[in-house]
Design a protein around this ligand. Sequence first.
Ligand code: AMP
Ligand code: MG
Length: 322
Amino acid sequence: MILGVECTAHTFGIGIVDRGKILVNLKDMYKTEKGGIVPIEAARHHENIADILYNKALEEARISEGRIKAIALSNAPGLAPCLLAGMRFAKEKSGNLNIPLVPVNHCIAHLEIGRSLGSKDPVLLYASGANTQIIAYASGKYRVFGETLDIGVGNFIDKVARHFKLGFPGGPKIEELARTGRYIEIPYSIKGMDVSFSGIQTRLQQLFDSGEKIANLAFSLQENAFAMLVESAERALAHTGKKELVLGGGVACNLRLQEMCKIMCRERGAKFYCPEKQLLMDNGAMIAYLGEIIFKSGIKQKAEEIDIKPRERTDDVEVTWR
Ligand code: AMP
Ligand code: MG
């Protein structure tokens, strides 16, 4: 059994996986009254909740600590204070139990969890708050085929929602409002396979300030932003010849985005895998899941050699487990 620790941003998560089967997946999210994440505070949240979640996870899985064969840790990429808090915790546990520590790249874990649904070699559309990337495996590495040139799609939605006085997080509220909206023209911004959101953000805010109905703005936001993402994902499928799409990230909870992906995949004969909500969002189970694959492939690193890598790029990772 492998225990996974997720700690890259606002969420602290613990998951336990046994031969590819997820036994538990617990998480606790740092929240703010207003404004964004204060990294130091999020790290303190992780420190405070870590032992509680760890014990609860063992209890729910009905196992003793001794059954755990390795600790997997999301050591990259993310907010340095949060990563540090998670690493301290994971190193302490692996030291006490005298078991290996397995570093896992968070973005790749979002992709690899698709395997638990049956996907083998997918394109990942990773749409979260801070990250927006289209990733796939090619020639020995996970490569970023497309990504945002400015802010992540979730942060974009949250910023617009804040301007509309909807509070945080904005995604679910925008989704709700969009149900009664109609399309009005706003920018559509894709360059090659990269996307950008700041121009759309400015235009939506201007339209709001001049009295446009929020429902129409929410609807148009979703149609354009998501179509951009799906267009880039489709190009990645066409370019690589792959036949599977996996969704990841909090924004992927959006039903309209899921529907667009479904339609695109159907039209081009690709399979669409949408993990359940608990696996779409940041979570410890996906870290344990990929950690187990890496562990079983025979990779061993000394715990003292493992450090956080806040800015690690997906294609920096040496893939040794495929
Ligand atoms: P993550 O960074 O992966 O934890 O995802 C958080 C982001 O997902 C925030 O920006 C949320 O606004 C966004 N989000 C959550 N639910 C939805 C939804 N139903 N539609 C769009 N965005 C969402
Ligand atoms: Mg994530």
